[in-house]
Design a protein around this ligand. Structure first.
Ligand code: NAD
Length: 526
Protein backbone atom coordinates (compact mmCIF):
# COMPACT_ATOMS: atom_id res chain seq x y z
CA UNK A 1 0.00 0.00 0.00
CA UNK A 2 1.19 3.53 -0.70
CA UNK A 3 0.13 6.58 1.30
CA UNK A 4 -2.26 7.55 -1.45
CA UNK A 5 -3.88 4.18 -2.16
CA UNK A 6 -7.62 4.59 -2.80
CA UNK A 7 -10.05 3.74 -0.02
CA UNK A 8 -11.30 0.18 -0.30
CA UNK A 9 -13.93 0.28 2.41
CA UNK A 10 -15.47 2.75 4.75
CA UNK A 11 -15.38 2.51 8.51
CA UNK A 12 -17.83 4.37 10.68
CA UNK A 13 -17.79 4.27 14.48
CA UNK A 14 -20.09 1.24 14.34
CA UNK A 15 -18.87 -0.71 11.31
CA UNK A 16 -19.19 -4.46 11.41
CA UNK A 17 -18.95 -5.71 7.83
CA UNK A 18 -15.27 -4.99 7.16
CA UNK A 19 -12.24 -6.98 6.02
CA UNK A 20 -10.42 -6.43 9.33
CA UNK A 21 -7.26 -8.22 8.26
CA UNK A 22 -6.82 -5.83 5.36
CA UNK A 23 -7.71 -2.88 7.56
CA UNK A 24 -5.09 -3.81 10.16
CA UNK A 25 -2.39 -4.42 7.56
CA UNK A 26 -2.97 -1.00 6.04
CA UNK A 27 -3.08 0.60 9.48
CA UNK A 28 0.21 -1.10 10.49
CA UNK A 29 1.90 0.22 7.36
CA UNK A 30 0.63 3.77 7.93
CA UNK A 31 1.64 3.65 11.59
CA UNK A 32 5.19 2.65 10.64
CA UNK A 33 5.39 5.55 8.17
CA UNK A 34 4.05 8.01 10.72
CA UNK A 35 6.41 6.77 13.45
CA UNK A 36 9.24 7.55 11.06
CA UNK A 37 8.27 11.23 11.23
CA UNK A 38 8.31 11.70 15.01
CA UNK A 39 10.04 14.57 16.77
CA UNK A 40 10.12 17.19 14.01
CA UNK A 41 9.65 20.96 14.37
CA UNK A 42 6.62 22.57 12.74
CA UNK A 43 5.82 26.21 11.99
CA UNK A 44 2.55 28.10 11.70
CA UNK A 45 1.13 28.68 8.21
CA UNK A 46 -0.13 32.15 7.37
CA UNK A 47 -1.01 33.14 3.79
CA UNK A 48 0.63 29.92 2.64
CA UNK A 49 3.96 30.77 4.26
CA UNK A 50 5.73 28.95 7.07
CA UNK A 51 5.96 31.33 10.04
CA UNK A 52 7.99 30.90 13.22
CA UNK A 53 6.96 32.32 16.56
CA UNK A 54 9.11 33.84 19.30
CA UNK A 55 7.17 31.90 21.94
CA UNK A 56 8.27 28.53 23.28
CA UNK A 57 6.99 25.65 21.13
CA UNK A 58 4.29 23.22 22.19
CA UNK A 59 5.86 19.82 22.82
CA UNK A 60 3.28 17.36 21.51
CA UNK A 61 3.51 14.09 23.46
CA UNK A 62 1.54 10.89 23.09
CA UNK A 63 -0.90 10.32 25.98
CA UNK A 64 -0.16 6.59 25.66
CA UNK A 65 3.51 7.15 26.40
CA UNK A 66 4.58 10.62 27.43
CA UNK A 67 8.22 9.78 26.64
CA UNK A 68 7.27 9.83 22.95
CA UNK A 69 7.53 13.33 21.46
CA UNK A 70 5.38 13.47 18.34
CA UNK A 71 6.59 16.91 17.30
CA UNK A 72 7.29 20.47 18.40
CA UNK A 73 4.77 23.00 17.21
CA UNK A 74 5.15 26.76 17.06
CA UNK A 75 2.88 28.54 19.55
CA UNK A 76 1.18 31.58 18.03
CA UNK A 77 1.26 34.83 19.99
CA UNK A 78 -1.02 37.82 19.42
CA UNK A 79 1.42 39.03 16.70
CA UNK A 80 0.93 35.94 14.55
CA UNK A 81 -2.80 35.99 15.26
CA UNK A 82 -2.95 39.55 13.96
CA UNK A 83 -0.95 38.62 10.89
CA UNK A 84 -3.17 35.61 10.17
CA UNK A 85 -6.43 37.55 10.51
CA UNK A 86 -5.12 40.27 8.20
CA UNK A 87 -4.02 37.65 5.64
CA UNK A 88 -7.43 36.00 5.82
CA UNK A 89 -9.17 39.34 5.22
CA UNK A 90 -7.08 39.94 2.13
CA UNK A 91 -7.72 36.44 0.74
CA UNK A 92 -11.43 36.32 1.51
CA UNK A 93 -12.79 38.71 -1.11
CA UNK A 94 -11.32 36.77 -4.02
CA UNK A 95 -12.40 33.49 -2.45
CA UNK A 96 -16.01 34.65 -2.14
CA UNK A 97 -15.85 36.01 -5.69
CA UNK A 98 -14.91 32.60 -7.09
CA UNK A 99 -18.47 31.42 -6.72
CA UNK A 100 -19.90 28.48 -4.88
CA UNK A 101 -19.46 25.89 -7.63
CA UNK A 102 -15.71 26.42 -7.82
CA UNK A 103 -15.35 26.54 -4.03
CA UNK A 104 -17.39 23.36 -3.75
CA UNK A 105 -15.17 21.59 -6.27
CA UNK A 106 -12.05 22.46 -4.25
CA UNK A 107 -13.61 21.42 -0.96
CA UNK A 108 -14.77 18.14 -2.51
CA UNK A 109 -11.19 17.62 -3.65
CA UNK A 110 -10.14 18.03 0.00
CA UNK A 111 -12.65 15.31 0.95
CA UNK A 112 -11.05 13.03 -1.61
CA UNK A 113 -7.57 13.73 -0.25
CA UNK A 114 -8.76 12.84 3.26
CA UNK A 115 -9.97 9.47 1.92
CA UNK A 116 -6.65 8.88 0.19
CA UNK A 117 -4.71 9.74 3.37
CA UNK A 118 -7.11 8.24 5.89
CA UNK A 119 -4.76 5.56 7.23
CA UNK A 120 -2.01 8.08 7.88
CA UNK A 121 -4.52 10.47 9.48
CA UNK A 122 -5.96 7.71 11.66
CA UNK A 123 -2.50 6.58 12.77
CA UNK A 124 -1.60 10.14 13.77
CA UNK A 125 -4.83 10.56 15.75
CA UNK A 126 -4.28 7.25 17.50
CA UNK A 127 -0.82 8.38 18.60
CA UNK A 128 -1.77 11.96 19.36
CA UNK A 129 -5.05 11.66 21.26
CA UNK A 130 -5.20 7.96 22.17
CA UNK A 131 -7.95 6.79 19.82
CA UNK A 132 -8.40 3.12 19.09
CA UNK A 133 -7.83 2.16 15.46
CA UNK A 134 -11.53 2.01 14.69
CA UNK A 135 -12.32 5.29 16.46
CA UNK A 136 -9.45 7.00 14.66
CA UNK A 137 -10.55 5.72 11.27
CA UNK A 138 -14.15 6.73 11.99
CA UNK A 139 -12.90 10.26 12.69
CA UNK A 140 -11.08 10.40 9.33
CA UNK A 141 -14.00 8.96 7.35
CA UNK A 142 -16.45 11.30 9.05
CA UNK A 143 -14.26 14.25 8.09
CA UNK A 144 -14.44 13.39 4.40
CA UNK A 145 -18.20 12.79 4.54
CA UNK A 146 -18.74 16.11 6.34
CA UNK A 147 -17.08 18.02 3.52
CA UNK A 148 -19.10 16.27 0.84
CA UNK A 149 -22.31 16.73 2.80
CA UNK A 150 -21.74 20.47 3.24
CA UNK A 151 -20.90 20.90 -0.45
CA UNK A 152 -24.10 19.04 -1.27
CA UNK A 153 -26.03 21.50 0.90
CA UNK A 154 -24.84 24.41 -1.19
CA UNK A 155 -25.49 22.58 -4.44
CA UNK A 156 -29.01 21.54 -3.42
CA UNK A 157 -29.80 25.13 -2.47
CA UNK A 158 -28.42 26.50 -5.75
CA UNK A 159 -25.75 28.36 -3.78
CA UNK A 160 -28.50 29.89 -1.62
CA UNK A 161 -29.58 32.17 -4.44
CA UNK A 162 -33.32 32.28 -4.93
CA UNK A 163 -35.86 34.27 -6.86
CA UNK A 164 -38.50 35.96 -4.69
CA UNK A 165 -42.05 37.19 -5.26
CA UNK A 166 -42.83 40.49 -7.02
CA UNK A 167 -44.86 43.10 -5.15
CA UNK A 168 -45.18 45.25 -8.27
CA UNK A 169 -44.85 44.11 -11.91
CA UNK A 170 -41.73 46.22 -12.53
CA UNK A 171 -39.50 44.75 -9.86
CA UNK A 172 -37.13 41.77 -9.82
CA UNK A 173 -36.41 40.36 -6.36
CA UNK A 174 -33.64 37.99 -5.40
CA UNK A 175 -32.55 36.58 -2.09
CA UNK A 176 -28.85 35.80 -1.74
CA UNK A 177 -26.92 34.37 1.20
CA UNK A 178 -23.45 35.87 1.40
CA UNK A 179 -20.41 35.06 3.52
CA UNK A 180 -19.64 37.09 6.63
CA UNK A 181 -15.89 37.37 5.96
CA UNK A 182 -13.34 35.80 8.32
CA UNK A 183 -14.23 33.06 10.77
CA UNK A 184 -12.11 32.08 13.75
CA UNK A 185 -12.30 28.30 14.03
CA UNK A 186 -11.30 26.84 17.40
CA UNK A 187 -11.33 23.06 17.86
CA UNK A 188 -11.16 20.57 20.75
CA UNK A 189 -8.82 17.61 21.10
CA UNK A 190 -11.27 14.72 21.04
CA UNK A 191 -12.33 14.66 17.37
CA UNK A 192 -9.28 16.52 16.17
CA UNK A 193 -9.94 15.97 12.48
CA UNK A 194 -13.72 15.62 12.11
CA UNK A 195 -14.65 18.70 14.13
CA UNK A 196 -11.87 20.84 12.68
CA UNK A 197 -12.85 19.75 9.17
CA UNK A 198 -16.59 20.11 9.67
CA UNK A 199 -16.41 23.58 11.19
CA UNK A 200 -13.84 24.95 8.77
CA UNK A 201 -15.26 23.19 5.70
CA UNK A 202 -18.71 24.71 6.16
CA UNK A 203 -17.22 28.18 6.69
CA UNK A 204 -15.00 27.82 3.62
CA UNK A 205 -17.49 26.43 1.15
CA UNK A 206 -19.81 29.28 2.14
CA UNK A 207 -17.11 31.74 1.00
CA UNK A 208 -15.49 32.76 4.28
CA UNK A 209 -11.78 32.65 5.01
CA UNK A 210 -10.69 30.81 8.16
CA UNK A 211 -8.08 31.25 10.84
CA UNK A 212 -7.87 27.89 12.55
CA UNK A 213 -6.51 26.96 15.94
CA UNK A 214 -6.41 23.26 16.84
CA UNK A 215 -6.34 22.08 20.46
CA UNK A 216 -2.96 22.19 22.21
CA UNK A 217 -3.13 18.39 22.45
CA UNK A 218 -3.69 17.80 18.72
CA UNK A 219 -1.64 20.22 16.59
CA UNK A 220 -0.25 17.45 14.37
CA UNK A 221 -3.68 16.38 13.19
CA UNK A 222 -4.55 20.05 12.71
CA UNK A 223 -1.49 20.57 10.54
CA UNK A 224 -2.51 17.62 8.38
CA UNK A 225 -5.82 19.37 7.74
CA UNK A 226 -3.91 22.48 6.62
CA UNK A 227 -1.92 20.32 4.18
CA UNK A 228 -5.11 18.77 2.82
CA UNK A 229 -6.70 22.14 2.03
CA UNK A 230 -3.41 23.39 0.55
CA UNK A 231 -3.00 20.31 -1.63
CA UNK A 232 -6.64 20.51 -2.71
CA UNK A 233 -5.82 23.91 -4.19
CA UNK A 234 -7.27 26.43 -1.75
CA UNK A 235 -5.58 29.78 -2.38
CA UNK A 236 -3.03 31.00 0.22
CA UNK A 237 -4.60 32.89 3.11
CA UNK A 238 -8.03 31.28 2.78
CA UNK A 239 -7.19 28.74 5.51
CA UNK A 240 -4.49 29.70 8.02
CA UNK A 241 -3.03 27.35 10.59
CA UNK A 242 -2.13 28.63 14.06
CA UNK A 243 -1.10 26.10 16.65
CA UNK A 244 -1.02 27.64 20.11
CA UNK A 245 -2.53 27.72 23.54
CA UNK A 246 -6.16 28.54 24.30
CA UNK A 247 -5.57 31.39 26.73
CA UNK A 248 -3.02 33.09 24.45
CA UNK A 249 -3.61 32.27 20.77
CA UNK A 250 -7.28 31.29 21.12
CA UNK A 251 -8.21 34.31 23.20
CA UNK A 252 -6.35 36.74 20.90
CA UNK A 253 -8.04 35.16 17.89
CA UNK A 254 -11.69 35.52 18.83
CA UNK A 255 -11.06 38.94 20.33
CA UNK A 256 -9.45 40.23 17.12
CA UNK A 257 -11.59 43.00 15.60
CA UNK A 258 -10.93 41.63 12.11
CA UNK A 259 -12.79 38.42 12.93
CA UNK A 260 -16.40 38.47 11.65
CA UNK A 261 -17.61 35.32 13.36
CA UNK A 262 -16.53 32.42 15.55
CA UNK A 263 -17.11 28.71 15.18
CA UNK A 264 -16.01 26.84 18.28
CA UNK A 265 -16.32 23.34 19.67
CA UNK A 266 -15.13 22.68 23.20
CA UNK A 267 -16.09 23.08 26.81
CA UNK A 268 -19.05 25.10 28.06
CA UNK A 269 -16.78 27.31 30.15
CA UNK A 270 -14.71 28.47 27.18
CA UNK A 271 -17.72 28.65 24.85
CA UNK A 272 -19.66 30.89 27.22
CA UNK A 273 -16.62 33.08 27.70
CA UNK A 274 -16.41 33.62 23.95
CA UNK A 275 -20.16 34.20 23.65
CA UNK A 276 -20.17 36.84 26.38
CA UNK A 277 -17.14 38.68 25.05
CA UNK A 278 -17.46 38.44 21.28
CA UNK A 279 -20.07 41.02 20.36
CA UNK A 280 -19.22 44.55 21.37
CA UNK A 281 -19.94 47.03 18.54
CA UNK A 282 -22.48 44.74 16.86
CA UNK A 283 -23.59 41.13 17.14
CA UNK A 284 -21.32 38.61 15.45
CA UNK A 285 -22.30 35.03 14.60
CA UNK A 286 -21.08 32.69 17.33
CA UNK A 287 -21.58 29.01 16.56
CA UNK A 288 -20.77 27.02 19.67
CA UNK A 289 -20.92 23.27 20.21
CA UNK A 290 -20.14 22.54 23.83
CA UNK A 291 -20.11 19.87 26.48
CA UNK A 292 -22.51 17.12 27.40
CA UNK A 293 -23.60 15.02 30.36
CA UNK A 294 -25.52 12.46 28.43
CA UNK A 295 -27.98 10.06 29.99
CA UNK A 296 -29.05 6.58 29.00
CA UNK A 297 -32.33 5.27 30.39
CA UNK A 298 -32.95 1.53 30.77
CA UNK A 299 -36.60 0.61 31.25
CA UNK A 300 -38.10 -2.57 32.60
CA UNK A 301 -39.07 -3.79 29.13
CA UNK A 302 -35.57 -3.31 27.70
CA UNK A 303 -33.44 -5.98 26.11
CA UNK A 304 -30.85 -5.87 28.89
CA UNK A 305 -28.06 -7.34 26.78
CA UNK A 306 -28.56 -4.70 24.11
CA UNK A 307 -28.71 -2.03 26.80
CA UNK A 308 -25.53 -3.25 28.49
CA UNK A 309 -23.72 -3.38 25.14
CA UNK A 310 -24.94 0.07 24.12
CA UNK A 311 -24.08 1.73 27.43
CA UNK A 312 -20.66 0.06 27.60
CA UNK A 313 -19.73 1.27 24.12
CA UNK A 314 -20.90 4.82 24.69
CA UNK A 315 -19.52 5.09 28.22
CA UNK A 316 -16.08 3.69 27.46
CA UNK A 317 -15.47 4.32 23.73
CA UNK A 318 -12.65 6.89 23.50
CA UNK A 319 -12.43 6.61 27.29
CA UNK A 320 -15.67 8.63 27.70
CA UNK A 321 -14.02 11.64 26.06
CA UNK A 322 -16.74 12.12 23.48
CA UNK A 323 -19.12 15.03 23.92
CA UNK A 324 -21.83 12.43 23.17
CA UNK A 325 -20.52 9.81 25.67
CA UNK A 326 -22.93 8.20 28.08
CA UNK A 327 -21.87 9.44 31.50
CA UNK A 328 -25.08 8.69 33.45
CA UNK A 329 -27.39 5.72 33.39
CA UNK A 330 -30.82 5.60 35.00
CA UNK A 331 -32.12 2.06 35.28
CA UNK A 332 -35.56 0.90 36.34
CA UNK A 333 -35.36 -0.51 39.86
CA UNK A 334 -36.92 -3.84 38.82
CA UNK A 335 -34.08 -4.57 36.37
CA UNK A 336 -31.26 -2.66 38.06
CA UNK A 337 -29.50 -5.68 39.45
CA UNK A 338 -29.24 -7.83 36.31
CA UNK A 339 -28.48 -4.78 34.16
CA UNK A 340 -25.63 -3.58 36.37
CA UNK A 341 -24.21 -7.10 36.52
CA UNK A 342 -24.17 -7.29 32.74
CA UNK A 343 -22.59 -3.86 32.55
CA UNK A 344 -19.77 -4.80 34.93
CA UNK A 345 -19.23 -8.04 33.01
CA UNK A 346 -18.74 -6.10 29.78
CA UNK A 347 -16.52 -3.44 31.35
CA UNK A 348 -14.35 -6.24 32.78
CA UNK A 349 -13.93 -7.73 29.29
CA UNK A 350 -12.74 -4.51 27.60
CA UNK A 351 -9.30 -4.73 26.06
CA UNK A 352 -7.21 -1.91 27.55
CA UNK A 353 -3.80 -0.79 26.34
CA UNK A 354 -1.87 1.05 23.64
CA UNK A 355 -4.66 2.13 21.28
CA UNK A 356 -2.46 1.88 18.20
CA UNK A 357 -2.46 -1.89 18.70
CA UNK A 358 -4.94 -4.21 16.99
CA UNK A 359 -8.18 -4.85 18.82
CA UNK A 360 -7.47 -2.54 21.76
CA UNK A 361 -10.74 -0.81 22.60
CA UNK A 362 -9.76 1.39 25.51
CA UNK A 363 -6.69 3.67 25.56
CA UNK A 364 -5.45 6.56 27.70
CA UNK A 365 -7.13 9.82 28.65
CA UNK A 366 -5.68 12.97 27.18
CA UNK A 367 -3.60 14.50 29.97
CA UNK A 368 -2.69 14.76 33.64
CA UNK A 369 -5.62 17.12 34.27
CA UNK A 370 -8.03 14.39 33.19
CA UNK A 371 -6.32 11.94 35.57
CA UNK A 372 -6.78 14.41 38.43
CA UNK A 373 -10.47 14.91 37.53
CA UNK A 374 -10.95 11.14 37.56
CA UNK A 375 -9.25 10.71 40.94
CA UNK A 376 -11.39 13.46 42.45
CA UNK A 377 -14.60 11.88 41.08
CA UNK A 378 -13.63 8.42 42.36
CA UNK A 379 -12.89 9.77 45.84
CA UNK A 380 -16.27 11.52 45.92
CA UNK A 381 -18.02 8.38 44.66
CA UNK A 382 -16.42 6.29 47.40
CA UNK A 383 -17.78 8.73 49.99
CA UNK A 384 -21.27 8.95 48.51
CA UNK A 385 -21.91 5.49 47.05
CA UNK A 386 -20.08 2.44 45.76
CA UNK A 387 -17.60 1.77 42.97
CA UNK A 388 -18.94 -1.28 41.12
CA UNK A 389 -16.00 -1.55 38.76
CA UNK A 390 -12.62 0.14 38.26
CA UNK A 391 -11.75 3.25 40.23
CA UNK A 392 -7.97 3.26 39.84
CA UNK A 393 -5.17 4.48 37.61
CA UNK A 394 -3.49 1.71 35.60
CA UNK A 395 0.29 1.62 35.78
CA UNK A 396 1.29 -1.95 34.88
CA UNK A 397 4.32 -2.26 32.61
CA UNK A 398 4.35 0.24 29.75
CA UNK A 399 1.05 1.80 30.88
CA UNK A 400 3.01 3.63 33.54
CA UNK A 401 4.24 6.26 31.10
CA UNK A 402 0.73 7.00 29.83
CA UNK A 403 -2.51 8.37 31.27
CA UNK A 404 -4.36 5.08 31.66
CA UNK A 405 -7.42 4.77 33.90
CA UNK A 406 -9.71 1.85 34.58
CA UNK A 407 -13.17 2.06 33.04
CA UNK A 408 -15.23 2.90 36.11
CA UNK A 409 -18.85 2.38 37.11
CA UNK A 410 -20.21 3.94 40.30
CA UNK A 411 -23.60 3.42 41.92
CA UNK A 412 -24.61 6.73 43.46
CA UNK A 413 -27.53 8.45 45.16
CA UNK A 414 -29.47 10.68 42.77
CA UNK A 415 -28.47 13.69 44.87
CA UNK A 416 -24.79 13.32 43.88
CA UNK A 417 -23.27 16.20 41.93
CA UNK A 418 -21.47 13.55 39.85
CA UNK A 419 -24.74 13.26 37.88
CA UNK A 420 -24.55 16.92 36.90
CA UNK A 421 -20.93 17.79 36.16
CA UNK A 422 -19.24 16.96 32.84
CA UNK A 423 -16.10 15.02 33.80
CA UNK A 424 -14.91 13.81 30.39
CA UNK A 425 -13.15 10.79 31.91
CA UNK A 426 -14.15 7.08 31.96
CA UNK A 427 -16.53 7.39 34.88
CA UNK A 428 -20.13 6.22 34.54
CA UNK A 429 -22.62 7.23 37.26
CA UNK A 430 -25.53 4.82 37.72
CA UNK A 431 -28.73 5.08 39.73
CA UNK A 432 -32.05 3.31 40.08
CA UNK A 433 -35.31 5.03 39.20
CA UNK A 434 -38.93 4.09 39.88
CA UNK A 435 -40.14 4.69 36.33
CA UNK A 436 -39.98 6.84 33.22
CA UNK A 437 -41.23 10.02 34.93
CA UNK A 438 -38.35 9.98 37.33
CA UNK A 439 -35.83 8.93 34.69
CA UNK A 440 -36.71 11.82 32.39
CA UNK A 441 -36.84 14.33 35.27
CA UNK A 442 -33.36 13.26 36.41
CA UNK A 443 -32.00 13.23 32.86
CA UNK A 444 -33.25 16.79 32.31
CA UNK A 445 -31.76 18.19 35.51
CA UNK A 446 -28.41 19.05 33.95
CA UNK A 447 -27.37 22.30 32.26
CA UNK A 448 -26.45 20.34 29.13
CA UNK A 449 -28.65 18.88 26.36
CA UNK A 450 -26.58 17.08 23.76
CA UNK A 451 -27.39 13.37 23.37
CA UNK A 452 -29.66 10.89 25.16
CA UNK A 453 -30.67 7.27 24.78
CA UNK A 454 -33.39 4.91 25.98
CA UNK A 455 -33.77 1.14 25.93
CA UNK A 456 -37.44 0.16 25.96
CA UNK A 457 -39.82 -2.01 23.98
CA UNK A 458 -42.87 0.10 24.76
CA UNK A 459 -43.93 2.55 21.99
CA UNK A 460 -45.62 4.89 24.48
CA UNK A 461 -42.40 5.16 26.49
CA UNK A 462 -40.37 5.84 23.37
CA UNK A 463 -42.75 8.56 22.26
CA UNK A 464 -42.66 10.23 25.67
CA UNK A 465 -38.87 10.04 25.66
CA UNK A 466 -38.67 11.90 22.34
CA UNK A 467 -41.24 14.47 23.46
CA UNK A 468 -39.88 15.22 26.90
CA UNK A 469 -36.15 14.65 26.89
CA UNK A 470 -34.14 17.87 26.63
CA UNK A 471 -31.47 16.80 24.15
CA UNK A 472 -30.70 17.46 20.50
CA UNK A 473 -29.57 13.95 19.50
CA UNK A 474 -31.78 11.08 20.69
CA UNK A 475 -31.44 7.35 20.21
CA UNK A 476 -33.72 4.41 20.99
CA UNK A 477 -32.41 0.86 21.52
CA UNK A 478 -29.03 1.57 19.94
CA UNK A 479 -26.91 -1.42 20.81
CA UNK A 480 -23.87 -0.12 18.94
CA UNK A 481 -23.74 2.94 21.21
CA UNK A 482 -26.52 4.16 23.52
CA UNK A 483 -25.80 7.86 22.92
CA UNK A 484 -22.93 7.98 20.42
CA UNK A 485 -22.19 7.45 16.73
CA UNK A 486 -23.81 10.40 14.89
CA UNK A 487 -22.94 10.63 11.21
CA UNK A 488 -23.13 13.47 8.66
CA UNK A 489 -26.46 13.60 6.92
CA UNK A 490 -27.92 10.92 9.20
CA UNK A 491 -27.94 12.36 12.73
CA UNK A 492 -27.75 16.17 12.97
CA UNK A 493 -25.64 16.98 16.00
CA UNK A 494 -27.30 19.84 17.83
CA UNK A 495 -26.67 20.79 21.43
CA UNK A 496 -29.59 22.16 23.45
CA UNK A 497 -29.20 24.29 26.57
CA UNK A 498 -25.55 24.52 27.65
CA UNK A 499 -24.43 22.22 24.82
CA UNK A 500 -24.86 24.62 21.91
CA UNK A 501 -25.68 28.15 20.84
CA UNK A 502 -27.68 28.14 17.62
CA UNK A 503 -30.18 25.28 17.79
CA UNK A 504 -28.88 23.93 14.44
CA UNK A 505 -25.98 21.51 14.52
CA UNK A 506 -23.13 20.08 12.48
CA UNK A 507 -23.99 16.94 10.45
CA UNK A 508 -27.41 18.51 9.83
CA UNK A 509 -29.21 20.18 6.91
CA UNK A 510 -29.18 23.75 8.29
CA UNK A 511 -25.49 23.99 9.14
CA UNK A 512 -23.89 25.75 6.16
CA UNK A 513 -26.53 28.50 6.03
CA UNK A 514 -25.34 29.65 9.45
CA UNK A 515 -22.06 30.81 7.94
CA UNK A 516 -23.92 33.17 5.59
CA UNK A 517 -25.95 36.35 5.94
CA UNK A 518 -28.94 37.27 3.87
CA UNK A 519 -29.08 40.02 1.30
CA UNK A 520 -32.31 40.93 -0.45
CA UNK A 521 -31.77 42.41 -3.93
CA UNK A 522 -34.49 44.39 -5.63
CA UNK A 523 -34.06 45.91 -9.11
CA UNK A 524 -36.79 48.14 -10.57
CA UNK A 525 -37.05 48.10 -14.35
CA UNK A 526 -35.77 51.40 -15.69
P1 NAD B 1 -11.60 23.17 25.75
O1 NAD B 1 -12.77 24.07 25.89
O2 NAD B 1 -10.64 23.09 26.86
O3 NAD B 1 -10.74 23.60 24.47
C1 NAD B 1 -11.33 23.71 23.19
C2 NAD B 1 -10.49 24.67 22.36
O4 NAD B 1 -10.61 25.97 22.93
C3 NAD B 1 -9.00 24.33 22.34
O5 NAD B 1 -8.48 24.62 21.06
C4 NAD B 1 -8.43 25.30 23.36
O6 NAD B 1 -7.09 25.62 23.14
C5 NAD B 1 -9.31 26.51 23.13
N1 NAD B 1 -9.37 27.50 24.22
C6 NAD B 1 -9.18 27.31 25.54
N2 NAD B 1 -9.32 28.49 26.19
C7 NAD B 1 -9.60 29.42 25.26
C8 NAD B 1 -9.87 30.83 25.28
N3 NAD B 1 -9.85 31.51 26.41
N4 NAD B 1 -10.16 31.44 24.12
C9 NAD B 1 -10.19 30.75 22.97
N5 NAD B 1 -9.93 29.44 22.87
C10 NAD B 1 -9.65 28.79 24.00
O7 NAD B 1 -12.17 21.72 25.35
P2 NAD B 1 -11.37 20.37 25.12
O8 NAD B 1 -10.88 19.86 26.42
O9 NAD B 1 -10.40 20.50 24.00
O10 NAD B 1 -12.54 19.43 24.58
C11 NAD B 1 -13.46 18.83 25.43
C12 NAD B 1 -14.75 19.61 25.51
O11 NAD B 1 -15.30 19.79 24.20
C13 NAD B 1 -15.81 18.87 26.28
O12 NAD B 1 -16.53 19.78 27.06
C14 NAD B 1 -16.68 18.26 25.19
O13 NAD B 1 -17.98 17.92 25.60
C15 NAD B 1 -16.67 19.36 24.18
N6 NAD B 1 -17.03 18.88 22.85
C16 NAD B 1 -18.25 19.21 22.34
C17 NAD B 1 -18.64 18.73 21.10
C18 NAD B 1 -19.98 19.07 20.49
O14 NAD B 1 -20.17 18.84 19.30
N7 NAD B 1 -20.92 19.59 21.24
C19 NAD B 1 -17.77 17.92 20.38
C20 NAD B 1 -16.52 17.61 20.93
C21 NAD B 1 -16.16 18.11 22.17
Amino acid sequence: MTATAPAQFKITYTSADVDWELFHRQFDAALARVRGQLGRDYPLYIAGEAVRSAAESIVDRSPSDTAVVLGRFAAATHQEVDRAVRAARVAQAAWAHRGWRERGALVRRAAQLIRERKFELAAIMSLEVGKSRVEAMGDAEESADLLDYYCQQLEDANGFVRQMAKVTPVEHNMDVLRPYGVFACIAPFNFPLALSTGMSGAALVAGNAVVYKPAEEAPWTGLKLYEIYRDAGLPPGVFNFLSGSGPEAGEALWRHPGVDGVVFTGSKAVGLRIYRGLSTGWIKPCLLEMGGKNAAIVMESADLDAAADGVTRSAFGLQNQKCSATSRVYVHERVARPFLEKLVERATALRIGDPTERDVFFGPVINARAVATFERAVAQARREGAILHGGQRLTDGSLERGYFLAPTIARLPLSSSLFLEELFVPFLAAAEVAGLDQAIAEANKVEYGLTAGIFSKRPEEIERFFDEIEAGVCYVNKRTGATTGAWPGAQPFTGWKGSGSTGKGGCGPYYVAQFLREQSRTVIEA
